[in-house]
Ligand binder design. Structure first.
Ligand code: ATP
Length: 335
């Protein structure tokens, strides 16, 4: 039996059906990431698991116990928010120890637990500071530390990195991945950032409009998307998806064809290629993105790791291998 099981979870906000029958099984120790566009329901689903709001339908089971009707405080979960939610007048030590103190834990045990968490998070030197004397990254680590000392059954993270600048976000992401490996803690992490999802998750849950589109390992989703939505949500730049007919008569019977930008080649003069015109070139150093347009106006993005010397208006030829094509039917489901 799974460690955490969601069965047919439903949630309404007035007339708005925000969560539409979610079923999901999570194993102990898994790092699960909920990802999806703004408004897809990922934060709502996390809050329902946390018990911050009651579900309108369905059930939640954790470690063999039905927790659907339990208040948040009795669910054995710890949540870390984007906003840190630290107590400003308390020191780092006091912030991290607060829940244990409330629970009446022995002060000597509290000190041991907080110091251990602080060591894991490199917060040892900051235990006597208040949050305002910390950087954004350090504050977020305190919020994580506060969750760690409670030794919850599941860690819930809601966009914990989105207040950090780009460099710190990458660094904290690596730290989180290391931490999760060290603690072996079951984790559910919400983000709208598919790179975070791909780099952190054992399994990614792609949500869209209150439903699960697909659950799988990062590379399963990348290589075998269940549908056009997942295909284009995972990967930057996103997968080219064009009507089958726009790539020639051989593909005319297929609803849509998808091809990753790195699978399209600039192959000037190739005999069986597709003639194209360059719209725009983005040189990023390690890679170059070439935005092209076929003679029938179909746009295709090409991603190359070598430097290219093309400019807008130049003519080129695009080629790709049949094995790299993803086929979708008219409804966008992988064919
Ligand atoms: P974001 O990435 O923008 O935070 P999200 O995927 O986390 O998006 P949710 O916050 O879960 O999305 O919201 C899902 C839907 O439910 C949205 O359409 C939102 O407007 C709506 N919603 C969320 N909370 C409430 C609420 N308290 N009252 C009414 N509608 C709500």
């Amino acid at each position: 039996m799974a460690f955490l099981t969601l069965r047919n979870i439903e949630q309404y906000f007035g007339d708005h059906h925000a969560i539409k029958g979610i079923d999901l099984e999570i194993e102990q120790g898994e790092f699960i990431v909920f990802v999806g566009p703004s408004g897809c329901g990922k934060s709502t689903l996390l809050r329902l698991i946390a018990g911050l709001e009651p579900v309108d339908g369905g059930s939640i089971e954790l470690d063999g116990r039905d927790i659907t009707a339990l208040p948040s405080s009795r669910r054995d979960l710890a949540m870390v928010f984007q906003s840190y939610a630290l107590y400003p007048h308390m020191t780092v030590f006091e912030n991290m120890s607060f829940a244990l103190k409330l629970a009446g834990v022995d002060p000597a045990i509290i000190r041991t637990k907080v110091e251990k968490a602080a060591a894991i998070l490199d917060l040892g030197p900051y235990l006597d500071r208040t949050p305002k004397a910390l950087s954004g990254g350090q504050r977020q680590r305190v919020a994580i530390g506060r969750a760690i000392v409670r030794a919850p059954k599941v860690f819930l993270f809601d966009e914990p990195l989105s207040n950090l600048d780009a460099a710190l976000r990458v660094q904290t992401r690596l730290e989180l991945a290391r931490l999760q490996r060290e603690l072996g803690a079951t984790t559910i992490y919400v983000t709208h950032d598919q790179v975070e999802a791909m780099t952190l998750a054992d399994r990614v849950v792609v949500l869209h409009d209150g439903r699960i589109e697909q659950v799988g390992s990062p590379l399963e989703l990348y290589d075998h998307p269940a549908n056009r939505f997942v295909a284009q949500f995972i990967g930057t730049p996103k997968m080219n998806v064009v009507p089958g007919a726009s790539l020639g008569s051989a593909l005319a019977g297929v609803g849509f064809i998808g091809i990753r930008p790195e699978k399209v080649r600039l192959d000037s003069g190739a005999p069986n290629g597709h003639a194209a015109t360059v719209d725009m070139v983005e040189s990023l150093g390690a890679e170059t993105l070439v935005y092209c347009r076929l003679a029938n106006d179909t746009p295709l993005v090409v991603r190359c790791t070598e430097r290219v010397h093309l400019k807008p208006g130049d003519n080129t030829t695009l080629t790709f291998d049949a094995i790299d094509l993803h086929r979708f039917d008219e409804e966008g489901v992988t064919a």
